[in-house]
Design a protein around this ligand. Structure first.
Ligand code: PEP
Length: 253
């Protein structure tokens, strides 16, 4: 059975002292957490400090994006090798904010996915539709297009060392969550898309749900057959809320 993963996405929040308190709270509550993998994706400047704090814990470390290039004259960019050097286990790839605000294309997202894997980092590939796309009944087309770009560039077997995250854009940071049935429906579509090419990889692929997951709705969403945990934005900034969501993921299916 696929083990669940819950990862926080701190986005561009926090500072050294706030992060220290947040990590104190999360790490203190992690000691009695079993049966779930938890991680935090932190802003680049805080990777080193967070890596040192989580080194002796079960909390995994991730980054929020990376460059598709290995090295060179790319001022301001951060490579997969650098993230590996800092102890990152995960990196978010193709978060909707990167796609919408920074113009990341499907092709670029696929290149970033490949770059992460070349450095031994597990990419968490984020896909999801906007509200207009959902209302036009285009959800499946959109998430398939986003996943297909990676399938074509990297092959289905590459998903054996990756995580997929379904994040409906209309649910991110809005307080509006997909119903557990809506999440399950899209997760099942996504798994079937990978299964069409490689059924073994699809069966073992962890597909996270992200979009206004809170302590009050996590258990219901995580109970769905094809939901293997969560990508948590706002609620990951409050230690007690993040831990409550991790605990919801730790309960048996
Ligand atoms: C996210 O940052 O990917 C996210 C899902 O945010 P929130 O949980 O705040 O909706």
């Amino acid at each position: 059975m696929r083990g669940r993963l819950v990862t926080g996405n701190w986005k561009m929040h926090g500072n050294r002292s706030a992060n220290a308190s947040l990590l104190d709270g999360v790490l203190a509550g992690m000691t009695d957490l079993a049966g779930i993998e938890c991680a935090v994706c932190v802003p680049f400047p805080y990777l080193a400090e967070t890596a040192a704090r989580v080194a002796s814990s079960k909390l995994g470390l991730g980054a929020q994006t990376l460059s598709e290039h290995e090295s060179g004259a790319y001022t301001g960019e951060v490579s997969a090798g650098m993230l590996a050097d800092m102890g990152c286990r995960y990196v978010l790839v193709g978060h909707s904010e990167r796609r919408a605000l920074f113009g990341e294309t499907d092709g670029q997202v696929a290149a970033k996915f490949a770059a992460a894997q070349r450095s031994g980092i597990t990419p968490i590939l984020c896909v999801g539709e906007t509200l207009a796309e959902r209302e036009a009944s285009r959800t499946r087309d959109v998430v398939f297009r986003q996943v297909d770009a990676v399938l074509e560039a990297c092959g289905a077997a590459s998903f054996a060392k990756a995580v997929l995250a379904y994040e409906p854009v209309w649910a991110i940071g809005t307080g509006r969550t997909a119903s557990s049935e809506q999440a399950q429906e899209v997760h099942a579509f996504l798994r079937s898309r990978i299964a069409d090419r490689d059924s073994g990889t699809a069966a073992n692929l962890r597909i996270l749900y992200g979009g206004s997951v809170k302590p009050g709705n996590a258990a219901e969403i995580f109970a769905m057959e094809d939901v293997d945990g969560g990508l948590i934005g706002g609620a990951s900034l409050v230690a007690g809320d993040f831990l409550a969501i991790c605990r919801a993921g730790a309960s048996p299916r």
